[in-house]
Design a protein around this ligand. Structure first.
Ligand code: PLP
Length: 493
């Protein structure tokens, strides 16, 4: 494409996206295609001949309508309430476009100083807004923030840094043990698998999942028991991951109490690492009324949250902070001759390649920079508060209707609820009715919710529950009311 043709097509594509956002509400939220249906519309082989200039792009724009749109689940729909939100916004998309257009690769400071220094500064801004400990900011000289692709990469990086730090502290190999709760996100288990930390009591290294309390938060007393057992058996605890906002039910693990276990058992003194996964809930820290969620972060070694979930920034963007950047570098730095340069050798710059798994990296700070500048802290707080307010409304409607119940108290903008058991009804039958309710709602296309199963507490059976996660950029009260009215109507059926 010539620059002029790019300009014309680019304007048209931006128009297309703006139109998509304007009409996103009109589509069924969940994709209604069968497996293979999208693929069947695509040629089996790549084209031999390219398109003739900009005119040929007519076919591509047609395919967006005919092939792509019908195969989408509309995450940007105001009636998307499934999983956790995956935000995008005008400022973020413009930042992403600019990043692609500049096409710089910021693996080293020297390969594009602006990419590194702006990332450092924007993450410091964000740390300030969230009220994270000063040790997580670059000014500390020993800590700082970095954009990882995902919370999954963040926990993997934390885990391998932790093991390397513990190995150096101990001065030898050991039978390493990591801990997290039974409600933790699957990414922690995947990180453990990737790092060769087995789930269960196998040889070498272990991941132990600790039971939760009635609110599905990690029980520090059981963590302490497990740590002491492992120490007594000659195994070496080195890593614990606490969650702020578990995926199933939004539970908040007691970070401070976890840190105290680390302290009391001597694990901290031997280099043990405490990671906090706040992938979704982290955005709430912007609001002073949720300052309690910060409790204990001063003893955490790392903290991660996803602006790509609930902070108006399109995927991928995970903000990862550590107080010990040296530990990352010790674990992740490999320097072949072709990457050597004077700036790195001087020690005066950050090379973010040493803080992550891949070598290469995009200029992702641009989209975050645009989002923070466009909305400002006040705009972001208003945004988060409105979703929480809507979730409060929904939770109140659930509580007022005798046919429904909250499965757990609302957590920020997440409501877990279900049809209440009928007198004498077998638990499996209540689950079936709830499954049916969810399937009918989602099949209607009007809204999209997802589900989870919460384990039983104190001998009670496990429960199938519906999750309403509010956080799409265009969600208003009328959308939340509409999904509630549809649920009520379906319950009546
Ligand atoms: N941690 C929690 C608590 C999550 O809810 C999620 C995703 O929903 C993740 C981690 C994984 O996020 P990512 O897709 O950024 O790896």
């Amino acid at each position: 494409l010539s620059p002029e043709e790019f300009r014309r097509l680019g304007h048209r594509m931006v128009d297309w996206i703006a139109d998509y956002w304007a009409r996103v509400e009109s589509f069924p939220v969940r994709a209604a295609v069968a497996p293979g249906e999208v693929a069947a519309k695509l040629p089996a082989h790549a084209p031999e001949e390219g398109l003739e200039g900009a005119e040929g792009w007519e076919a591509i724009f047609r395919d967006l309508e005919d092939v792509v749109l019908p195969g989408l689940t509309h995450w940007q729909s105001p009636s998307f309430f499934a999983y956790f939100p995956s935000n995008t916004s005008g400022p973020a998309v413009l930042g992403e476009l600019l990043s692609a257009g500049l096409g710089v690769q910021g693996m080293l400071w020297s390969t594009s100083p602006a990419a590194t220094e702006m990332e450092t500064r924007v993450l410091d801004w964000l740390a300030g807004l969230l009220g994270l400990p000063a040790a997580f900011q670059s000014g500390s000289g020993t800590g700082g923030g970095v954009i990882q692709g995902t919370a999954s990469e963040a926990v993997l990086v934390a885990l391998v840094a932790a093991r390397e730090r513990a190995r150096r502290a101990l001065g030898r190999e050991a039978e390493w043990v990591a801990y997290t709760s039974t409600q933790t996100h699957s990414s922690v288990l995947k990180a453990a698998m990737l790092a060769g930390v087995a789930n269960g009591a196998q040889d070498g290294v272990h991941l132990r999942q600790i039971d939760t309390d009635g609110g599905y938060a990690l029980r520090p007393d059981l963590l302490e028991k497990a740590v002491r057992e492992d120490l007594a058996a000659g195994r070496q605890p080195f890593f614990v991951c606490a969650s702020l906002g578990t995926t199933s039910s939004g539970a908040m693990d007691p970070v401070r109490a976890v840190g105290e276990v680390w302290e009391r058992t001597g694990v901290r003194a031997s280099g043990g690492w405490l990671h906090v996964d706040a992938a979704w809930a982290g955005s709430a820290l912007l609001c002073p009324e949720y300052a309690a969620l910060r409790e204990g972060l001063e003893v955490a070694d790392s903290f991660a949250f996803n602006p790509h979930k609930w902070l108006l920034t399109n995927f991928d963007c995970d903000a990862f902070y550590t107080r010990d950047r040296k530990a990352l570098i010790d674990a992740l730095s490999v320097t072949p001759e072709y990457l050597r340069n004077a700036a790195s050798a001087s020690g005066a710059v950050i090379d973010y390649r040493d803080w992550q798994v891949p070598l290469g990296r995009r200029f992702r700070a641009l989209k975050l920079w645009f989002v923070l500048r466009h909305y400002g802290a006040r705009g972001l707080r208003t945004y988060v508060r409105e979703h929480i307010r809507l979730a409060e409304r929904f939770a109140a409607w659930v509580e007022e209707d005798a046919r429904f119940e909250l499965a757990v108290p609302r957590s920020l903008s997440l409501v877990c609820f279900r049809l209440e058991p009928r007198p004498g009804e077998a638990p499996g039958d209540t689950d079936t009715r709830n499954r049916l309710l969810l399937e009918r709602l989602n099949a209607s296309g009007q809204a999209f919710l997802s589900h989870t199963v919460l384990p039983g507490v104190d001998g009670a059976p496990a429960r199938y529950v519906l999750r309403l996660a509010i956080g799409a950029v265009r969600t208003e009260e009328r959308h939340v009311r509409a999904v509630w009215e549809r649920l009520v109507a379906l319950a009546g059926e």
